[in-house]
Design a protein around this ligand. Structure first.
Ligand SMILES: Cc1ncc(COP(=O)(O)O)c(C=O)c1O
Length: 433
């Protein structure tokens, strides 16, 4: 397989495969390019999976009653009282997002940057994408005044903006929009008659448990659909468990029914053993909460360690607040990078992979300006190669100091700090005659 044969694969997945191939060829690469929680499976989840092996019937399309009740409880404990009827389960939140793009009318409005799957899904569903820049303080949401202006300009140009996707907390910036911003955005969404799709898959990974979280479903309950899943908080990406919460009332029921109809033709139902896992996980027993708290502490500690390196290397970067991402801007080093032959985000991604052995995802893959020198760093695969190392990281009071983590932080520091140092020939060439 050549590297180019992957060009239709999602860029983060293509990069992950490229890293795997280069590693198989003997290259040493620090992998900061894939947003997968590099943690082992929590053992009670394995027990539930095994216990669920007998669930071999198809079962209801939207999910079994016990699972939908557990998910309704999960949402109800988070300030959004939910009836099990409002819940639909799926093999991951990605198919639910796709179903929503298929059944909801109108074009898609996205923050720029945003997770790399939203826009290609819109394209598959025959929708146009309207991009709106994020505010200075955080990502995952558009700046409210810019949102209003962009929606109106899009309408004037013949587009039909209809769906606003918000990512709370955000991939790629690792930040969480605060309640004031969410309230303002919901006011604009109501005014402009947009349906809000709130992707809250990182909600349980907010580093500071005291940080306030306001879901658009609390502000604009009648027109907000919330998505969540177990891929990130419980490191179960490969198990494929996602859930959607639809609004109560006639409109919410109609959208839910259309999504369920779509599901019945595409994935039928969430796999039976996964329903057993979901019923346990969404009920959030104390041991699971403790595991989640340890995971969140680890993600926060390592993201903060990499953030310090990123700032030292000369980039601007928002401080991480949730999940396991950073979104540095190397604009301040534009001149130094030009001396390395790097002038855009694609060049920066290639330079870091080829010269420093560091895999990152360039910002243009996330809908950002290709000429900007921004990139996404995922810090979640730095905890160790083996499950034993990862458990050690989970239990450590200072995970950044563990040898398996510190070794990789050194490579990152050397690689990123070298960006500010012009290559010798370039320096000589720049010197005035
Ligand atoms: C913002 C966001 N939403 C959804 C997903 C996909 O999750 P799932 O595994 O539930 O399909 C991801 C995974 O990277 C993500 O970052």
């Amino acid at each position: 397989m050549t590297e180019h044969s992957d060009r239709h694969v999602s860029p983060n997945m293509a990069l992950d495969q490229l890293v795997a191939r280069r590693r198989a060829e003997g290259a040493r690469i620090v992998h900061l390019g894939f947003g997968e929680s590099g943690l082992p499976v929590f053992p009670p989840l394995v027990e539930r999976l095994t216990a669920g092996a007998g669930r071999n019937g198809y079962g209801p399309v939207a999910g079994a009653p016990d699972v939908r009740a557990a998910v309704a409880g999960y949402f109800s404990r988070r300030g959004t009282p939910t009836d099990p009827e409002q819940v639909v389960m799926a093999p991951g939140s990605k198919p639910l997002l796709m179903a929503l793009q298929q059944v909801l009318p109108g074009d898609l409005v996205l923050p720029a940057p945003a997770w790399n799957t939203y826009a290609p899904q819109a394209e598959l569903a025959g929708k146009a994408v309207v991009r709106v820049p994020i505010p200075a303080e955080c990502g995952g949401v558009p700046e409210p005044a810019a949102l209003r202006a962009a929606v109106r300009a899009a309408r004037a140009a013949g587009r039909r903006p209809g769906i606003l996707v918000l990512t709370l907390p955000d991939n790629p910036t690792g930040t969480l929009a605060g309640p004031r911003l969410v309230t303002e955005l919901c006011a604009v969404a109501a005014e402009e008659e947009l349906t809000v799709v709130s992707d809250e898959i990182y909600r349980d990974l907010v580093h500071d448990p005291a940080r306030p979280f306001l879901s658009p479903a609390e502000v604009l309950p009648e027109r907000t659909i919330v998505l969540t899943g177990l891929s990130k908080n419980l490191a179960l990406g490969g198990w494929r468990i996602g859930a959607a919460r639809f609004p109560a009332g006639a409109w919410g029921r109609a959208v839910r029914d259309r999504v369920t109809g779509y599901a019945s033709e595409v994935w039928s139902t969430l796999a039976g053993p996964m329903q057993e896992v979901a019923a346990y996980a969404f009920a959030e027993p104390p041991e699971l909460r403790a595991h989640l708290a340890a995971s969140t502490r680890l993600h926060g500690a390592v993201a903060r360690a990499v953030h310090r390196i990123v700032l030292d290397s000369g980039a601007d970067c928002r401080a991480p607040q949730a999940g396991f991402y950073l979104y540095p801007d190397y604009g301040p080093l534009r001149e130094e990078l030009a001396a390395h032959g790097v002038g855009d985000s694609a060049g920066l991604q290639h330079h870091l992979l080829d010269r420093a052995g560091i895999a990152v995802l360039a910002g243009h893959h996330l809908g950002d300006d290709p000429g900007a020198l921004r990139l996404r760093i995922a810090t979640s695969k730095l905890y160790g190669e083996t499950a034993a190392e990862q458990w050690q990281a989970l239990e450590s009071a200072d995970p950044a100091a563990l040898p398996q983590v510190a070794r990789q932080l050194d490579v990152i520091e050397r690689g990123l700090c070298a960006l500010a140092v012009a290559p010798r020939g370039a320096r000589a060439a720049q010197r005035p005659a």
